[in-house]
Design a protein around this ligand. Sequence first.
Ligand code: C2O
Ligand code: CU
Length: 460
Amino acid sequence: MRTSRRHFLAGSAAVGIGSALPVHLARASTPEIHARPGTAQIAPAKYAPTKIWGYEGTVPGPTLRVKQGERLVRRFVNELPQASTIHWHGIRIDNAMDGVPGLTQEAVQTGDSFLYDFVAPDAGTYWYHPHNRTWEQLARGLYGALIVEEPDPPETDRDEVLLIDDWRLTEDASIAENFGAMHDWSHGGRLGNWLTVNGNGDYRLDVKQHERLRLRLINTSNARILSVQLRQMAGWIIALDGQPLETPESAGTITLAPAQRADLIVDILAADGGEAFLASAEGDSGYAMATFTVTGRTRDKPLADPAPLALNPVPAPDNLSSARLTDLKMEGGAMGRMSSAMMGGKMMGIRDLVGQGKAWSFNGMADMPADPLLSAARGETVRIRMANETAWPHAMHLHGHHFRQVLDGGKTGPLRDTLLVNRGETAEIALVADNPGDWLLHCHMVEHSAAGMMTWFRVS
Ligand code: C2O
Ligand code: CU
């Protein structure tokens, strides 16, 4: 399956017989996606463009679109100076296509490629990103949106994808290279100092009054939890993490932990000459993340409230009370009580762990355990109770499945693939383990997962 990139080298002897034909013709039937260095104007124009890593050398990478139930085929070609993979975040995917080095595939070395070929069973807003040295590669700009289109999309005037990222830039607008900083890894992760939407620090869209937009928000930050508010727009949340809500919810403050998505329907309220905003509501002040400049009007009055999207074919967990319960204890980090954890099969003190780049543990283990957290029979309903005994919030992401949070009184929350578990909180999730394979469960503050917050489960 793997091919080297030698065939791209003009005049290379490796091309051999048939080299009279342009090589790209021979491969024309398989679309490719290249990860490579590039530049992007993410800071204001007075700065030089920033050197980034991007899919097709751009940030964000190309928005990939596929219809629900159809196949996505991309040959991933790695032109980065490091090994990489692509993880298709939130897709209930064939395990072999999940992009996890050491678990589902080998990391793709520089100059090598890997054929991703899978069916997207659920409509919604997803994204793709590397799963090798994610704490560096994601911070350098490697990500893009993957949109799975509904057969019958809701009535809107436009559909806009907004990838929100948090960059750590130096004074000359280069990406700060202190990726492995242990202080970040043991605290809140790599937090940045420059927010962009679609790679733009001053993202603007021209709109009309009463225009109806679908906004697909994706938090691609390494570690920042976003708080988003709408100004001069009426809005509803119609889906979270790609999965439709049974009833659209009026949008107040929308919390987006790293990797989470929210699909909104918004109606522009501001009149001709005015502005509407997506505002970041961190702390007591807010600032504009995206500005919508209003010229003219689309219709005399807003459309009627939106109808729910059709649900995806995700099985519902049943018999929760008799389902097997697995505990996951999350420990470590600054201001935590963890003094030791298992690593490489040995008990190690916190100093030695930190020396190995570890600061957190799951069930007392600071590295990927040899055995799965749980082994489920295919189709079994399982519950995982995650106890956050750290002083930090964590964005827990499960691969290959969507789950529901089990709430008080046996109620369940919306389907999600990433759940924010606040400090000191215990959150229980339930799912039908119907997708065979080995799947990660980790914190999506990617410094935390690299520093110990990673485990896996098996469905067979
Ligand atoms: Cu978005 Cu394990 O990843
Ligand atoms: Cu975390």
